[in-house]
Design a protein around this ligand. Structure first.
Ligand code: GUN
Length: 302
């Protein structure tokens, strides 16, 4: 069997074009566009490249985009004061603080200072609680899990009654995607199991999965023989396993590998996401969707 490829790049393009149309409509009817601030602290090349992509995407969509860069040695109090400034700013609907933050800053304190109604990352405890309650209580689902659900739904995979096995229990991916998939309603209604480093017989659980979501951060953790024939495999892993020099640009690029052996798994799965080009592009797209949603809540359109 050769699996069909679930392309996050292609599905992202479709969703971004839907967002772009909605931005135009709201601009015409209400004279407002979504406002996003991206706060980058320090000079990590990986964080800078993620933030640059977010900024480019927001600008392409016609968002109001504020690029705020702060030095590595900014004090926690100064960062908290900045967040409060954006909480009060009427033109800003979404506040994105790129993680990780420098060691001297308490990350939880900073994330908890963001107005939950501008928390487009969905990391604030209030939004985590809303996700647990489910249904209309969910305001901003965290971007990577929301993107995973879109990939599953838009590639036509049946979720109702499906056995979903999530490998990994992080607050950013594992726990929220499990909560999204167990909700009652379309695109979910699944039977969900979370497995983790303390789980016995990891393989036995994975073999049961109609939909296998792997977010462990361990290259090639899931063996091809653990995959149920015909299953949908979503690989969230982005592991840097080396570097290569691009013959085109001469620049050094990271060699990325997922948590699943893509080549071998493709022979068994029914559908599978590649790394890169699978879940990755969806995270930024869902950040844009959440920022648009935030404006819609504010305008009473949701
Ligand atoms: N760093 C790595 N992933 C993310 C993310 O989804 N949001 C933020 N704010 N920082 C990150």
């Amino acid at each position: 069997m050769s699996a069909s490829i679930i392309s996050g790049t292609e599905i992202s393009k479709t969703i971004l074009s839907e967002i772009s149309k909605e931005v135009e409509t709201i601009k015409a009817s209400h004279g407002k566009v979504p406002g996003l601030v991206t706060l980058l602290v320090g000079n990590s090349p990986a964080s800078r490249s993620y933030v640059t992509l977010k900024i480019k995407t927001a600008l392409k969509l016609g968002f109001h985009e504020v690029q705020d860069e702060q030095p590595d040695d900014i004090s926690e109090d100064a960062l908290l004061a900045l967040i409060e400034k954006y909480n009060q700013d009427d033109a800003i609907n979404g506040i994105l603080v790129q993680l990780p933050l420098p060691k001297h800053i308490d990350e939880d304190k900073v994330l908890n200072a963001i107005d939950p109604d501008k928390d487009v990352d969905g990391f604030h405890p209030i939004n985590a609680g809303r996700l647990l309650i489910g249904g209309n209580a969910i305001k901003f689902p965290p971007c990577t899990p929301a993107g995973i659900q879109e990939l599953i739904v838009r590639s036509g995979v049946e979720t109702k009654g499906a056995e979903v096995v999530v490998v990994g229990r992080s607050n950013i991916v594992g726990k929220p995607i499990a909560n999204l998939m167990l909700q009652k309603g379309p695109g979910a209604n699944s039977t969900v199991t979370i497995v983790h480093t303390g789980t016995k017989n990891l393989d036995t659980h994975c073999r049961r999965a109609d939909i296998l979501i792997v977010a462990a951060g361990v290259p090639d953790l899931v063996k091809p023989e653990w995959i149920k024939p015909g299953a949908c495999v979503i690989d969230v892993g982005v592991n840097r396993v080396g570097e290569r020099i691009s013959p085109k640009t001469g620049r050094t690029n990271a060699i990325l590998k997922g948590d699943v052996d893509f080549e071998k798994a493709s022979e068994i799965a029914g559908s599978i996401t590649p790394v890169p080009g699978g879940v990755g592009p969806m995270t930024i797209t869902m950040l844009m969707k959440n920022t648009l949603k935030s404006l819609k809540y504010k305008l009473g359109l949701l």
